[in-house]
Design a protein around this ligand. Structure first.
Ligand code: ADP
Length: 263
């Protein structure tokens, strides 16, 4: 019913603001600025119907499962697609927040190992790919926004899965180095990234032209790595990539440990 609901005054005002902002962006003539404005608007517009969709699918799924209908499994698949879309829309919203200088992080003391484990489990559920995990048993304490860092790990894992063939291994490692930093590494044996693309890899909207973009084989907006970098830097951390064409890529980030450097 959210699809046919008439606009409220607030929505109408938002739409007028939309047009004004788009017109300003067009006058400014900057392609990225236009994309930024569109991104903000599109993501806000997509979020509400997605939430409604998810709730209703959940409801139907429960009802059908109670009746023992085989359709319940189909709806479970639909549910996963909605989760994937929700993640994409959340990335779009976060990128919007960054470009408007409004990305906020809410830090608490948490375990970087648990953040990695949760993100890996989520990705395993969605992609049905086996991941190789090499995580310490002991907690790796950091002062961080667990949701945001989880978003970073999930983005790196989902790229590693997306850009490498289904039979290639994807490995997630966490190490404590020098009692100062927790270092998370996501390693794949995918296509690798050409040297001339490396300096741009964390730019927003950037996608490596030689990696299936033209053929449309891989869906994406070129936002995940930009977002990952912004989030890691908000945590006073570093992010980098090592890659060789034909061999694979390792994306890594380092977060200061809680207690290190006066934290
Ligand atoms: P998206 O994947 O949505 O395009 P990202 O910002 O996550 O956006 O990645 C930017 C680009 O970097 C991708 O389009 C792809 O060309 C390249 N890339 C990212 N991760 C990998 C990877 N693991 N292996 C090869 N190329 C990658």
């Amino acid at each position: 019913d959210y699809l046919v609901k008439p606009f409220s005054g607030r929505e109408l005002r938002a739409r007028v603001r939309t047009h004004l902002e788009l017109a300003r962006a067009r006058r400014e003539g900057a392609e990225s600025r236009l994309k930024d404005v569109f991104l903000g608007l599109a993501s806000h517009e997509l979020r509400t119907p997605l939430t409604g969709l998810k709730l209703n699918v959940q409801l139907c799924q429960r009802e059908l499962a109670a009746q023992g209908s085989p359709l319940a499994t189909r709806l479970a698949g639909l549910h996963r697609s909605i989760d994937r879309m929700t993640r994409l829309v959340n990335d779009m919203l976060s990128v919007s927040a960054i470009t408007e200088g409004k990305l906020t992080i809410h830090t608490t003391r948490c375990d970087l190992g648990q953040i990695c484990r949760d993100a890996a489990n989520e990705l395993i559920q969605v992609s049905h790919r086996a991941l190789v995990l090499d995580l310490p048993d002991a907690p790796v304490p950091v002062v961080a926004d667990a949701d945001r860092l989880g978003q970073v790990v999930a983005n790196l894992l989902s790229n590693a899965i997306k850009y490498s063939a289904p039979d290639r291994p994807v490995k997630l490692t966490l190490r404590v180095e020098g009692h100062e930093e927790g270092i998370v590494r996501v390693e794949d044996a995918g296509p690798g990234i050409p040297v001339d693309a490396l300096p741009h890899i964390f730019d927003r909207f950037y996608r490596v032209p030689t990696i299936g973009v033209q053929s449309g084989s891989y869906v994406g907006l070129g936002l995940g790595l930009f977002l990952a970098k912004a989030i890691v830097e908000q945590h006073r951390g570093r992010i980098w990539v090592e890659s060789a064409v034909g061999k694979g890529s390792t994306f890594a980030f380092a977060i200061p440990l809680a207690g290190a450097m006066g934290r």
